[in-house]
Design a protein around this ligand. Sequence first.
Ligand code: PAF
Length: 283
Amino acid sequence: MIVRSVTDLRATVQDWRRSGLSCALVPTMGALHEGHLALVRLARQSCARVVVSIFVNPLQFGPNEDLAAYPRREAADVAAATQAGAQLVFVPTVTEMYAPGHATTVHVVGLSEGLCGPHRPGHFDGVATVVTKLLLQALPDAAFFGEKDYQQLLIIRRLARDLDIPVRIEGMPIMREPDGLAMSSRNAYLSADQRRIAPELAATLGDMARTLASSGGAVSQVVAAGKARLLAAGFSSIDYVEVCDAGTLAPVARVEGPARLLAAVRLGGTRLIDNVPVAGKTA
Ligand code: PAF
């Protein structure tokens, strides 16, 4: 079932609730790939009903970003989401989501500031605002997000906690192509040559994480070597490669507790992000 208005979304979810059915939300911007569908299946395992939202959120795109080019294929997405287990696909228009005069944004201090923050000004406020609205519109028991957008996931956990939104925020490990490339709707932008280079991002991060875990070495040397390898592999530029505390995203100089290695790189006009957990020194 497709619904396009908040009123209809709420009415359906309330009907489910009256029947004692739990409800999960999987927010997406469409162009669904296997990573999204795995989220829908996971959501279906934990809740009786699953809502998938499809909304290309203009608030989270910068003026020079790919809002216009972002792939839109509603019919195929609705079919795929339904096949994966969603009972309702919420496809609001921009004016349904942002009524004329909309003036409120959500900003999560701290977590939004580093990593992708400086490279995509306003992006996380756009994400935080739309996710807050979606959570309040659907009022699901649980909402599901991929760990590929690790910074986004932590921001969403924080806003739900800080704003007392009664929802469980569930993260799911990154789904990867057989060659290791993290699944993303933006992979469709890659040329054949770029697609051959792209998996080197995951391979480099994996090797860096193993080096950090086994040597406990200074992060700066491992990061410098990793950046050199990425540029040698053919990536056009690097926005960042950083090792951060897995909970606060504060940069760390040595890996002493749970940490995350995160990167954003450019391949031609396409920006790719990826991240891996880093274990503390094991030997
Ligand atoms: O990760 C995404 O696809 C988007 O940022 C989200 C969470 C659906 C908000 O628009």
